[in-house]
Ligand binder design. Structure first.
Ligand SMILES: C[S@@+](CC[C@H](N)C(=O)[O-])C[C@H]1O[C@@H](n2cnc3c(N)ncnc32)[C@H](O)[C@@H]1O
Length: 298
């Protein structure tokens, strides 16, 4: 989730819950906009801001090592929009994208990679594989965005992933992950919606919190899209995750051998509005929903 989307999530989760759940359960009609919609494009336009992500990676790395990073590995890269943004930052920037699903990778090649110039394209390597594999070269920044490592539901699995991630990182390097939380995230049946585009090709984005089990912290979230002809792409994406917390993640990072970790929040002004300035914090107000970055130092 991008910083912009994160700010948005916090804003909408503070609103009243959507009560008309029927509004997104109708089946898509034949020849409707939903039937011909591109779910990856809708996803990218709804929840991703790669330009903000790479800016934050630069900030986090520079705050630790006093210089700019050059190499990125984007684990769980999907359509690898962050890799594509990274290589635009300069001729010394290279990126490795890793995902085991060929479908988003192929979409990324056709829609993101294809928009780069030849030199930029040559600086990207895509690996269709499990993220829990060691590769070379080791990188300055390893990013795992949009809560993707929450797919690992036990401490053993997460620590195994963190150990492999660390092995894929250079001597001076950071691992960057986003986290969400707050009481509103645990409310079953809560649906939040946002208009993404107006006009003929307009659509709305729905984030549904289908279930949360307080015994195991297992959760299920769905993303759906609704179009201007009333048709819907119901559950275009479903995530069955363990809802991890920041202290758990920091403890697991330590167990995996990381030397330090920092937590970044969007600093608020005196009126409680986000300023867009991400700063390290060891204390933060208990808002009903929030987005943060955890940055681990190798
Ligand atoms: C929530 S999406 C995130 C996509 C992208 N990183 C973003 O920020 O929007 C999770 C991605 O992780 C991939 N994935 C899940 N488990 C994986 C694994 N063990 N190894 C590699 N990729 C995995 C899925 O195929 C999917 O593309």
């Amino acid at each position: 989730m991008s910083r912009q989307a994160g700010t948005f999530l916090r804003r909408i989760l503070n609103q009243q819950p959507e009560t008309d759940r029927q509004s997104i359960v109708a089946k898509p009609k034949k020849n409707s906009l939903a039937a011909t919609a591109d779910k990856y494009l809708c996803y990218q336009e709804s929840v991703q801001s790669p330009e903000h992500e790479v800016e934050f990676f630069d900030q986090a790395f520079k705050e630790e090592f006093g210089r700019k990073p050059k190499t990125l590995r984007e684990d769980f890269c999907g359509t690898y929009s962050i890799c594509c943004e990274w290589v635009k930052l300069g001729r010394s920037r290279t990126a490795i994208g890793v995902d085991l699903d060929p479908a988003p990778l192929e979409w990324g090649t056709a829609n993101n990679f294809s928009k780069l110039n030849k030199q930029q394209q040559e600086r990207i390597t895509i690996l269709e594989q499990d993220v829990r594999k060691r590769n070379r070269p080791r990188v300055d920044v390893l990013a795992a965005q949009n809560f993707s490592f929450w797919i690992f539901k036990t401490r053993e699995e997460v620590i195994e992933y963190f150990c492999t991630a660390r092995a894929n990182m250079a001597e001076q390097s950071v691992l960057v992950m986003d986290m969400m939380g707050g009481g509103a995230c645990y409310e079953e049946g809560k649906v939040d919606k946002r208009r993404i585009k107006k006009g003929k090709n307009g659509f709305r984005y729905f984030w549904e919190q289908e279930s949360f089990n307080p015994v195991t912290s297992d959760c299920c979230f769905n993303i759906s899209f609704k179009f201007n002809d009333g048709s819907k792409l119901k559950n275009a994406f479903t995530y069955r995750w363990r809802f991890w917390t920041i202290p758990e993640v920091r403890e697991m990072l330590q167990e995996a051998g990381f030397s330090d970790s920092h937590v970044y929040f969007d600093k608020e002004d005196d009126d409680g509005e986000d300023t867009g300035e991400w700063v390290r914090m060891e204390e933060y107000p208990s808002h009903s929903s929030w987005i943060a970055y955890v940055v681990a130092v190798r």
